[in-house]
Design a protein around this ligand. Structure first.
Ligand SMILES: Cc1ncc(COP(=O)(O)O)c(C=O)c1O
Length: 474
């Protein structure tokens, strides 16, 4: 009995049956997801308590495994594909992307070399060209798919270090980013070996954007102290408020000072597809690399981060390895991506981009992103007009920060009040939001961008926020 179950694991007939069942489950999930609490209501340790402490010795039937999945897993998940997910930035998916992921999982190729997966390699090259054209990025840059923006930014720090290495030793190299940069930026600098006391947090202005004057001064002071300024990371669309660092001015400084410039547009990059937001790219010609995440706001399953490099040479030099088992004889005809990133192994990520871009079409992608920005604008106006609420920043594209500020509440109580409000909203489960801080005060972020979000979800969220806020003071 157990022996036959074990062979079931490899039986394509059984696989076919279960795969149909799984496809049905996924389609049902898409239809039902709106009915679940957005943020999981699970308590710490709940799933652990339901799992055996040791692995099974004998093969278990797939029916039982799938039944346990249905019973235990969805209630323990926060539903990122819920249309009322307004937290963090979206980590989107869409049916075409899921289909591509299923196919990639079926083939389970390891795409480390052209030879191990020629179609994956060439599809990646073409998808990066498509994205370059869609976003209006400079022609001639080289694109590569990374796992995450964190990984791409780490690569930028490595490339910058490599470029500066001829001039000095690593412990004299300085790195600059704004105080509002994502935590992955200083983390990448640390991993790349920039000394902790040479990682600068450049001051921001009243719109949370990097001050170019402060950057220029920091570079000047470091040079005077005998350091070598090596890398600047500018952000288009900061995590906290969606602020846009002024690329043209920062780029001019980097060019003058011969400092590597990387642009982190992890979330906001998708909006560059809209002609009305193309101006954010002014100055991109001064940059050395750029990253954005189709896995955020382009309806593509995590993980898929598009990284573009003006000249990949310094990154490749920094990461190049050439053991005999990885050598190929066609190096001049193709791009090998293995020296563009940290891991040797590579997933077939280009497939989901191919499916998503073709299934939506450029127009379909633009229409969705434009709608998200429009609904965020509508909500910002509602918040502005409401007596007991303050719009604090934005909308920057589709991100607003705001706070509950009843007229009769003492200003020093507002941080605690907003923390209570956020907890009450997320415990309620009908929508999900995350906190932020602006000017030292607590704010609540509202980020529109989920694949399934419609105008009605944003309007309903605003009604729920008002309802919960007023109940707090009863
Ligand atoms: C501006 C910005 N940069 C980088 C990241 C990190 O992205 P990833 O999870 O792909 O590393 C985020 C995540 O939200 C972000 O908002």
């Amino acid at each position: 009995m157990n022996g036959s179950r074990m062979t079931d694991c490899l039986d394509t007939g059984a696989f076919r049956r279960h795969a149909h069942e799984v496809a049905d489950w996924i389609a049902d999930y898409f239809e039902a997801v709106e009915g679940f609490p957005v943020r999981s209501q699970a308590q710490p340790g709940e799933l652990l308590a339901a799992l055996p402490s040791s692995p099974p010795e004998q093969s278990e039937p797939m029916e039982r495994i799938l039944a346990d999945f249905r019973r235990l897993v969805p209630p323990g998940m926060t539903h990122w594909q819920h249309p009322s997910f307004f937290a963090f930035f979206p980590a989107n998916s869409s049916p075409p992307s899921v289909l591509a992921e299923m196919l990639a999982a079926g083939m389970a190729a390891q795409c480390m070399l052209w030879e191990t997966s020629p179609a994956a390699n060439e599809l990646e090259a073409r998808m990066m060209e498509w994205l370059q054209e869609l976003l209006g990025l400079p022609r001639g840059w080289k694109g590569v798919i990374q796992d995450s923006a964190s990984g791409a930014t780490l690569c930028a720090a490595l490339a910058a270090r490599e470029r500066a290495r001829g001039k000095t030793v690593v412990d004299r190299l300085a790195f600059y980013t704004s105080a509002e940069a994502n935590s992955s930026v200083p983390k990448g600098a640390r991993i790349a070996g920039f000394p902790l006391d040479c990682i600068r947090s450049v001051a921001t202005d009243e719109r949370q954007a990097m001050r170019p004057g402060a950057l220029a001064k920091a570079i000047e002071a470091d040079r005077a102290a005998g350091l070598t300024p090596a890398c600047v990371v500018a952000t288009l669309g900061t995590t906290g408020t969606g602020a846009m660092d002024p690329l043209a001015e920062i780029g001019a400084i980097c060019r003058r000072e011969n400092v590597y410039l990387h642009v982190d547009a992890a979330w906001a990059g998708s909006a560059l597809m809209l002609p009305e937001h193309q101006r954010l790219l002014n100055g991109i010609e001064h940059a050395d690399s750029f990253v954005f995440n189709p896995h955020k706001w382009m309806f593509t399953n995590f993980d898929c981060s598009a990284h573009f490099l003006k000249d990949p040479e310094s990154l490749q030099r920094s990461l190049s390895v050439n053991p005999v088992y990885l050598r190929n004889t066609r190096a001049e005809q193709i791009t090998e991506y293995r020296d563009f990133g940290i891991s040797l192994g590579r997933r077939f990520r280009a497939l989901k981009l191919w499916f998503v871009i073709r299934a939506f079409g450029a127009e379909g992608l633009r229409e969705k992103i434009r709608s998200h920005i429009e609904w965020a604008g509508e909500l910002a106006r509602e918040i502005e007009a409401a007596q007991d609420f303050e719009r604090v920043t934005g909308p920057n594209l589709a991100l607003i920060t705001w706070r509950y500020a009843p007229r009769d509440a003492a200003p020093e109580t507002l941080d605690a009040l907003n923390e209570r409000l956020l907890k009450a909203i997320n415990d309620d489960g009908r929508l999900y939001l995350t906190p932020g801080a602006v000017g030292g005060h607590r704010v609540i972020r509202f980020s529109v961008g989920q694949t399934r979000t419609e105008a009605r979800h944003v309007r309903q969220a605003w009604r729920i926020i008002q309802e919960i806020a007023s109940s707090l003071r009863d």
